[in-house]
Structure formats: C-alpha cells, structure tokens
Design a protein. Sequence first.
Length: 281
Amino acid sequence: MLKQRVITAVVLLLVLLPALFFHDPAPFNFLALLFMAAAAWEWARLNGYRLSASYLVGAVCGLICAGLWWAGWLASTQPRLWLLTGAAWVLLGSWVLHAGVPAWGRLHSGFRLGLGLLALVLTWLAVAQARLIGTNFLLSVFVLVWVADIGAYFAGRTWGGRLVSRKLAASISPGKSWEGVWGGMVAVLLLAWIWTRFDLWAQPVAPSFYSHLAGRGAAFVVIACLFMAAMSVVGDLFESLVKRSAGVKDSSNLLPGHGGVLDRIDALLPSLPLAMMLYTF
C-alpha cells in the first residue's frame, strides 16, 4: 500500500508541477479540468448513478468548465459570485454538522447531483482564476489546506479527546476532534507568518494569498486564515458524509493507494472559492 501511494504521488507531482510552474496557465487549467471531470464521475457514482450516466456527468462537468473558459470567465474576478459561494459553503457546513449522514440520503438524487456538479465547476473556476493571479498565490492556498490537514492530524493524535470529550462530528467522521481543528488553525497561522516573511524577502512577481491579506491588517489575516482552516475541515466532512451515505471508504480507485480524486480535493472544494472571495472582497 505504501509503495502504491508513493508511486502515485510521484507520478502526480511529475505531471502537475511542470504544468503549475509553466509560464502559460493553460496546461495547468486543462489538467485541473480533467481532474474535476473525474471527480464529477466519482460524485455521480457515490450518489447512486449508473456507470454510463456517471460518465455523462463527468463529460458535462468538463464541458461546463470549458465553456466558462471559452466565455472569458477566467479573466473576470466575479466578486458577487464568490461572495454567494462563500455564504453557501458556510450554510452547507452548518447543515452538515447539524443534520448528519441520514439527512443526506433523504435529499432528492437530482439535487445532490446538481449540488456536487456546481461545487466542482466553481472549484475549477477558482483554481483557474487563482493561477492567473500567480503561481505563488495559488500555491499558498494549496499549502494552507495541506498544512491545516497535517496540523489537525498531529494535534488530534496528540491531544484528541483530552480537552473536549465531545467529537467534532462523530456520526460523519469519528476520528476528527476539536483539538485537531484547533491544531490545524495554529499551523495555518504559523504558515501565514512564515510565507509573508518570505514574500518580503523574495519579492515575488505575484503576492501570496497571505501577503494580499496582510494589506488589510494583521487582524484580518488572523481571521481569514482561521476561517479558511475551519472551512477546509467542512470540505473534508462534507465528502465523508457523502461516502458514509453511499457505504464506501473511498470515492473511487482512480489514484492507487490514495483512493479517488474527491478524496484528494475534498478540503479544496470550499477553500479555493473562499480564497477568491477574500481576494475580491
């Protein structure tokens, strides 16, 4: 299993990193489109659709993203769209934590399908717009999500259940604790401080997400980073809820040793649109 994970990770890095740092954002945006189409296929399968219908959903997702690209949406900041998307994710996160797994299965399958398709399209649009802002900006958002996850893992392993006996969302993801969430937040604040100092020293062409926030004051940076860390957890819980409702451990086996595409991008689903919301705020 470990060997498979390492091989898959190396292959993904060999494909994604050259595209990410290429001077033209088009190759990376195209790869991101393919990933979102694959995630849409997984989403349809998780929500009970047949294999042929799931392929169609994946194709539709890719075509919608391509249509937005062709229509020039990547160069348009769309502040109202990102504000509405951010508000929707906050409301959805509250619902997920309150309603639990049974409530998801009671929703109409068409609504569930449309909700996931919309989330994936908006995530692709956010990642493509972030790449246009600059590699430093997009990479800083990616690393924020990864660091929040790593900080939450180690804090949860070390202090989970010692400070707060009640689990974060026991019916959705029993392993997640409030201590883990707080550990992820602390890790993200530390990351923001380090990356901002790096920007001041290196003076990159495009500022990072944190340096952009720093122009509005230290308090805004702290609040925004805590918010982003919390919402990355919401993305993780949202996908866990869907998988528990479907009775599966992974969204698919597309990435050997890692599960599916959704398993790798779940925390990015709210985080990338929210980063664009804060950027255009």
